[in-house]
Design a protein around this ligand. Sequence first.
Ligand SMILES: *Cc1c(COP(=O)(O)O)cnc(C)c1O
Length: 373
Amino acid sequence: MGRIFLSPPDMSGDERERLLAAFDSNWITTLGSEVDGFEADVVDFTGAPAALALSSGTAALHLALLVAGVGEGDEVWMSTLTFAAPAFAATYVGATLRFVDSELDTWNMDPDLLAGSLEDARSRGQLPAAVVVVDLYGQAAQLDRISRICEEFGVLMIEDAAEALGATWCGRHAGTWGRLGVYSFNGNKIITTGGGGMLVGDPDLLARARHLSQQAREPVLHYEHRSVGFNYRMPNLSAAVGRGQLAGLPAKIRRRHEVNAAYRRELADLPLSFMPWDPRGVPNGWLTLATLDDGVDLDPRTFCARLDEADVEARPAWKPMHLQPVFADVPTEGGEVAEALFDRGVCLPSGSSMTDDDVDRVVAAVRAVLASP
Ligand SMILES: *Cc1c(COP(=O)(O)O)cnc(C)c1O
């Protein structure tokens, strides 16, 4: 029996044919019709006003902050419960960070806490230049409220939907609620290009980001530069794979929902509480998360190590940014909710290529671990 991975790549459509066609055309690198086509496909799929294909989600976050005009001396506020990439990106542009705690309906940024903290910041005369809201584990944050709050305070909102491509909130796609939004196509995300990302949103800001992402080359033959540029574009070969993956995204979302539903059903009697799915949104089901109930005499790290012995890859929830040694000095609004989720949260294998037998194997392994902790 093979190992069951957390979220492995799922190449089940015509990705291979598309890749070989791009290869045979000899349009290998960062120019080519597949890059343009992938951007158009993402615009079609999400309803975003414009899209820019990049080498990673982290690069997209970096450019988002740059074209939003965020720099030295500015504050950037963001969800504390997240993968570190958005916090790193804010650091690249020299911004000062502040972390905001989660709420328990979506596990994402708490809108009430955000509003109260912005009120305090305004009275100090220190509003942030941008808020980065993260859609965790494929579920959108309360984006209607958070975008309204940002608007009220005149603060630019960037949505990190790296984990949430295909999810919606109030009928609108994750990634399309802020001035700018970010998707990732890293290897373990719901669709992958091997590595890559997409910046979506305001067409004027995206035009600027496109320029910066291509070494800030002026449109003349002799290589002239008026700004510091970056080599951040997505290669055409990757984009070819991405187009095949995107075409299969609805099927992948359906399968991840089935896996999630199977865990909820088959593990219902165990001392586990699954991450709530708020009915105002439809998550993409990227990862199935649960917290170990209070009575369980196991921490997430031990739980995952025990599943590993059964060749099942599980992982603790993200460690909040305010607990990371590298961000030890960053001020944080609240933090207890994220800490509690980290203390008890585990991710179960959730790949869209999982068979029913794989799901049964994970269920049996989880049962065995919780029966004799
Ligand atoms: C994966 C991820 C990123 C970074 O994307 P890369 O393509 O790996 O650079 C950013 N934010 C979040 C929340 C992520 O999960």
